[in-house]
Design a protein around this ligand. Structure first.
Ligand SMILES: [Zn+2]
Length: 584
């Protein structure tokens, strides 16, 4: 892509022009300058200037006449929420991955002009402010500009008025669904209907829509065989990318719609202080991602259920995944939910070549936070006799921290801290000690909630998937040429760990049964019971090792309904489920 960035009215000091290292909504460093080449810098009169390069990301431009014009080309071939994807079918533009900016000028408005490639009739879908010219847009400042991705291509655009609550006479926001896909026109309507239902259920949680700038929220969907799966939230829009097609992946795609639209409140406007304003020069570290991302993940499935798009068994299978991780991982001993949140720059689309011990020391803040979401929701319901819920906390957070907005577009004037979360739970539950206890033990501490007890309220039970089945514990393996290699760290406290087995060891035998494949290991373990002592033989760096160890109970659990186990729901169970799951 050919880019020209013009900075007018520049102070006489050298202008520090940069490529971003981050992208709003992502937490890892990305080094977007790596794809920039053929850089030509001139002043207002067209005189060539020779910028200094003080670091990887920066061009210092001295000797200009008050105007600095930077022309460059940039390569990008990834269609997702973070990078630049330019090909024959479209230009999918994430602004921080594409545009240079200048230090000290970030409060200035910007104008963006798109030029169609010859022979195309592409249009632009974006949250940028429109002008009379359909190729020209504006942004009030750098924060908003870099928060405004654009899909420049041949996609279709569907528009509807957001469903309003009864008696709300305010103008309904316009919801735009811009879709670039490889399916048929008939695939679009059922998807857009699902989007409408999610939009409505999200509003019912928070009580009202945010005041979207320009009165419009835009879904930017690229459902293409050459896209990379992603969802990325912004103030008034979201990028949705997937290889899945509308025809056969509609519910999965709507799951991401649900997640990202909740972010229009939770993280875009109900914003942690640690992320405000967003830093384009260094990693953005936040201890509150368990709430900003994890609780959003809890709600995405919940809203899908309330919208009638999935049913209770599908919701339970998602909850099973998060509750089993949090209740079984040794990582909770070492890092709290806040600590996990602060790991985001290392795991959020980051890459490395050295090994980590994360199976033992890290749980995604999406997972930890989703488990806290259901745990907090059920704790508040338990405390208040199902009169109050996490919905009330989110609505109160919206009133205190989100709705007030910012004096400047793209900024949030009342971002929250962990203490604000505690105080809001205290206000909703009417019990400050209860709120402080929840935060101290389960969010900032190392305790795991009693999910078994909490879930009983909804007529749900936690139970072993394979009762009586013996196991070495959660074990990652791969196999080749008759050798079963352990491919990840063994879980602290598991039978495999207590036997001294570690990554790269090759399991050779359980007692007298020779092992060469995962199937053979499973078959061997099935001949024992949990608690039986066995001798495991394994190869460690070429040397044979034997260890005797008691076997574990298989760790898999399921969350199941009382009725599926032959039980009968009480009136209280039914009332709880209606309050929790029914469309509002
Ligand atoms: Zn998210």
């Amino acid at each position: 892509m050919q880019v020209e960035v013009v900075f007018p009215d520049v102070p006489t000091a050298p202008l520090q022009v940069r490529m971003s290292r981050t992208s709003p909504g992502r937490y890892a460093l990305h080094e977007f300058s790596k794809n920039v080449y053929d850089v030509v810098v001139t002043d207002g009169a067209g005189r060539p200037l020779s910028p200094m390069r003080p670091n990887l990301h920066q061009w210092d431009v001295a000797g200009h006449d008050g105007t600095v014009r930077v022309r460059y080309r940039i390569f990008g071939d990834r269609t997702d929420g973070t990078y630049l994807g330019v090909d024959a079918t479209h230009a999918h533009i994430n602004m921080p991955a594409a545009l240079m900016w200048a230090r000290g000028l970030d409060r200035r408005p910007a104008q963006v002009t798109f030029e169609r490639p010859a022979g195309t009739s592409w249009n632009v879908a974006t949250q940028l402010f429109p002008t009379d010219n359909s190729m020209v847009f504006t942004a009030p400042n750098l924060q908003f500009l870099f928060d405004s991705p654009a899909e420049f291509g041949p996609g279709v655009l569907e528009t509807f008025a957001a469903p309003m609550s009864d008696g709300d006479s305010r103008p309904a926001p316009t919801i735009r669904v811009a879709i670039h896909h490889a399916g048929t026109a008939a695939d679009v309507a059922p998807f857009v209907d699902g989007v409408r239902r999610i939009v409505e259920q999200a509003r019912r949680v928070f009580g009202e829509y945010p005041a979207f700038e320009n009165g419009t929220y835009t879904f930017l969907a690229d459902y293409l065989p050459w896209a990379s799966g992603d969802g990325m939230e912004h103030r008034n829009s979201t990028v949705l990318t997937s290889r899945g097609a509308l025809a056969d992946s509609r519910i999965d795609l709507l799951g991401t719609v649900s997640h990202e639209f909740i972010h229009a409140w939770n993280v875009e406007r109900i914003r942690p202080r640690t992320l405000e304003p967003f830093n384009f020069e260094d990693a953005n570290v936040s201890g509150e991602l368990w709430l900003a991302e994890g609780v959003t993940s809890y709600y995405d499935d919940l809203l899908m259920t309330r919208a009638g798009l999935i049913e209770l068994p599908a919701l339970l299978s998602d909850l099973t995944a998060v509750v089993s991780q949090v209740t079984q991982s040794p990582a909770t001993q070492y890092r709290s939910a806040e600590d996990m949140s602060r790991m985001a720059p290392f795991v959020d689309a980051a890459s490395w070549i050295d090994r980590t011990n994360w199976p033992n020391t890290f749980i995604s803040y999406y997972v930890y936070g989703a488990a806290l979401g259901v745990g907090l929701d059920f704790s508040i319901r338990e405390k208040t006799g199902n009169v109050k819920s996490l919905d009330d906390v989110m609505r109160a957070m919206w009133q205190r921290h989100g709705k007030v907005g910012g004096r400047e577009v793209g900024y949030v004037d009342a971002p929250y801290t962990a203490a604000d979360v505690r105080d809001t739970i205290a206000e909703v539950s009417g019990d400050a000690a209860f709120a402080a206890d929840l935060m101290r033990r389960f969010v900032q501490g190392h305790e795991v909630m009693d999910y078994s007890r909490l879930l009983t309220q909804a007529g749900l039970a936690m139970r072993s998937r394979f009762p009586g089945r013996a196991s070495l514990g959660v074990l990652q393996t791969d196999q080749s040429a008759g050798a079963l290699r352990v491919s990840g760290p063994t879980r602290i406290g598991s039978a495999a760990y207590l036997a001294g087995i570690d990554v790269d060891d090759v399991i050779k035998a359980v007692d007298t049964q020779a092992i060469g494949t995962a199937e053979q290991l499973d078959a061997a373990l099935k001949t024992f019971r949990p608690g039986d002592r066995v001798t495991v033989t394994f190869l460690r760096r070429g040397r044979s090792v034997k260890a005797e160890v008691p076997l574990d109970q298989d760790p898999h659990i399921d969350l199941v309904t009382l009725e599926s186990t032959g039980g009968t729901l009480s009136g209280a169970h039914k009332a709880f489920r209606t309050s929790w799951l029914a469309g509002k």
